[in-house]
Design a binder for this molecule. Sequence first.
Ligand code: G1P
Length: 280
Amino acid sequence: MKKIRKCLFPAAGYGTRFLPATKAMPKEMLPVMTKPLIQYGVEEAVDAGLDTMAIITGRGKRAIEDHFDISYELEHQIRGTSKEPLLAEIRALIDRCTFTYTRQIEMKGLGDAILKGEVLIGDEPFAVLLADDLCDNPAGDGVLKQMMKIFDKYRCSIVAVQEVPREETSKYGVIAGREIDEGIYMVDEMVEKPDPEEAPSNLAIIGRYILTPDIFDKIRKTEPGKGGEIQITDALMAQASAGMVIAYRFEGQRFDCGSIDGFVQAVNYFYDKNSDGCKV
Ligand code: G1P
């Protein structure tokens, strides 16, 4: 099987929970300290050894493309000034990665968004990163890098999971499986956003996946599920039934930056982490 080089970023959603902030600005551009959410995601992917960022956008998302491009006027203006280092990090990312884009025309679910990425991914395994799940692991490898190591061993699709309170299962895809190694589960059940009484466990999928390319055919065969949308969870369940899917209880912190509470927690966390308060 080919090496993983590409990371898919589904970024077409409206971000209605942050209205009016997201009326004219993509939710992926909301800043935590001085960096937009999606930049943290790209940095995590680069740190995991990936060099091609495949971004699924939609209407009103052009700021994402502009962010990962050179701004000649701005760079010219601040060249030689004390502000110049502030652009160094993003410039390094732009120089190291290739960014590719396609649009999801209609919002038909995360599975559909990932299927739209097939044209950018092709026939190779790839990572998926949902930028509003902001992760950090100060003690070691980032979450995607941890998953890449597990992929090297198992060569199948992998979902990152964390334990959540029972009453929150209806916000997530939830798995059940057999723990075959510490924190590594062979998945035998996967349900999208189950009510707590129906959830097969409290292990919730968070926005990090490694997918083998046969997932695209599985998505094509997936009927609309929860909320009438094409769910990646259902396509992964088909993969698990036909072969093998691993769930991995990752090490580190995760903030649900798709919610106001999680977003504020992330801002506080990164503020505290960087005691000078202006750089992360
Ligand atoms: C999506 C997935 C869900 C997963 C979640 C992680 O849901 O459908 O299985 O648990 O991301 O953030 P969303 O939050 O987009 O509704």
